[in-house]
Each structure stands twice: as C-alpha cells, then as structure tokens.
Write a protein that binds this ligand. Structure first.
Ligand code: NAP
Length: 248
C-alpha cells in the first residue's frame, strides 16, 4: 500500500541547514508537519518563519543539542507531547572533521564531538521516538549516513567511526523491525555542497563544490524512499556525484 504523507508528523534533526533543510522543505511540500531540531535557536527561528510563510502552521522549531542523551530525550518527548504522534524521523544532524588528520593528532575532544553528535543523536532520538511509532504500528526512520560509513580513510577515522557506528544502528533496527509497520532505511551520500564544508581548515574550491551533489538531490531520494509501497524495503541508497572522480 502506498503511504499517504498528508497529515503525518516528521521530526527532522539538523533541519536548519543543508540536507536536513532540503528534506524538511520536501516534506512540507507533501503536506507533512515538520518538527525541526538543531542546536542554534536563531537559525531555526529564521527557517521556520520563512517556511511558514509558504506553508502556514506546518513547521515548528525545537532547539536541542543532540550530542547529549538528556537533550534527545527532552526534545523528542516535547515533540511527542505537542503533536501526540511522530510518524517520521529523519536523523540528519551531523558534523564532520575540521581536517583530515593522522590518529596521533586526534584529540579526545574532537573525537567525542564527532562521535557524540553523529552517533548519539541517531541512537537516542530513535530510541525515544520508537514508542510513538509502536503506538500506531507504523513509522519511517531515515538515517543520513555517508559513503564514509562503508569506507574508512586514514585521515578521516573519527568521522568514519561515527558513521560506521550509525550504520550498525541502522542495520540493527532494520533486523529488529522487519515485517512490522516501522520501516528503517538510510541514504549514504558522497560529497554534498552544504555548509559542512565551510568548517574545514583547508578551504574547498568553488569549482569542486559545484561538482558536488546538491541537498535537493538527497531530498529527492528521501521522498522516493518515503513514498515506496509499504512492502518495498530498501535498506540503503549510496549516492555519489558523477563528476567527482574517485581518489586513486
Ligand atoms: N555535506 C556532505 O558532503 C555530506 C556527505 C555525506 C553525509 N553527510 C551527512 O549529512 C548530514 C547533514 O549534513 P549537512 O551537509 O547538511 O551539514 P550542515 O549544512 O552543516 O547541517 C548540519 C545540521 O546539523 C545540525 N547540528 C550539528 N550538530 C548538532 C548537534 N550537536 N545537535 C543538534 N543539531 C546539530 C546543524 O545545526 P547547528 O549548526 O545549529 O548545530 C545543522 O542544522 C550529516 O549527518 C552529515 O554527516 C553530509
């Protein structure tokens, strides 16, 4: 049976920018109410204000720092209490390394910043959301992983470790909920032209950025996955920009 998205409530983490924002916009276009979660309250307020001009009363701001378990619990409970249902969870909040580095240069603070954001947010937001989905025996969980969840590189160990672990969570959830109304899936993109690249100590050229995927490309795949017949399951879609050749 094809899923009708109208009237559904979605939590989108990392909704203030980049891929999360593009997915939020696509959900709004399909009549979904979006609970937008990210750290910076001003960014969230600005985005929800802009979106509500086009989709009145459909996007709501819920600031939270998702690297912390108690914040994940607080914000998902707040959203659940506010709407009485959570049908869709898009785990998109994430950070990357500021630079490629050897393991000897990797400080605990940097490792924990990456691991806690990219893994804890997925683990704890999902754990807190599942009871709402179980109540209705239906739900859709989409985790934004990365090609780094499948291939580790010497300089990107911290980021890869966080994404491999988030992939393990995804695959475990698929195993656990297969055959139920709760569907779990993931998208693993290569480089996407978002703000995440502006935090790099080595600037990325505009020429390279132009060759990257666009956040809208990922949103299009997310909507494809969301709208599949409920008996059709795709565990992961890996997507890469055609015009950026692989490293030799
Ligand atoms: N861009 C790429 O090339 C690429 C490729 C593969 C996978 N991904 C993954 O895609 C996801 C989105 O990345 P993006 O490229 O769209 O990055 P982005 O433009 O930098 O957006 C990241 C989003 O996550 C939020 N966020 C970061 N840390 C958070 C925290 N501790 N608590 C709550 N929210 C937090 C940010 O809000 P604040 O700024 O307010 O914290 C922002 O809304 C990430 O998981 C990333 O690993 C990206």
């Amino acid at each position: 049976m094809k899923i009708d998205l109208k009237g559904k409530v979605a939590v989108v983490t990392g909704a203030s920018k980049g891929i999360g924002l593009a997915i939020s916009q696509a959900l709004l276009e399909h009549g979904v109410t979006v609970a937008a979660v990210s750290r910076t309250s001003e960014d969230l307020q600005k985005i929800t204000h802009q979106q509500n001009e086009q989709f009145p009363g459909k996007m709501f701001a819920f600031p939270a720092s998702l690297e912390r378990e108690e914040e994940c619990i607080r914000v998902i409970s707040e959203i659940g209490n506010c709407f009485g249902q959570i049908d869709i969870l898009i785990n998109c909040a994430g950070v990357s390394q500021h630079s490629f580095m050897d393991l000897e240069q990797l400080h605990r603070e940097e490792f924990e910043r990456i691991l806690h954001t990219n893994l804890n947010s997925v683990l704890y937001c999902t754990r807190q959301t599942i009871p709402y989905m179980k109540q209705q025996n239906q739900g859709f969980i989409l985790n934004i992983l990365s090609t780094a969840a499948f291939q580790s590189s010497g300089g990107g160990i911290a980021y890869s470790a966080s994404k491999y672990a988030a992939r393990a969570v995804t695959e475990g959830l698929i195993e656990q909920y297969k055959g139920t109304g709760i569907r779990v899936t993931s998208i693993s993109p290569g480089p996407v032209n978002t703000n995440i690249w502006s935090h790099k100590t080595q600037p990325v050229s505009e020429e390279r950025k132009k060759k990257m995927l666009r956040p809208e490309d990922i949103a299009q795949i997310a909507m494809f996955l969301l709208q599949l017949d409920d008996n059709v399951h795709i565990g992961n879609i890996t997507v890469e920009p055609w015009f950026i050749p692989p490293k030799k």
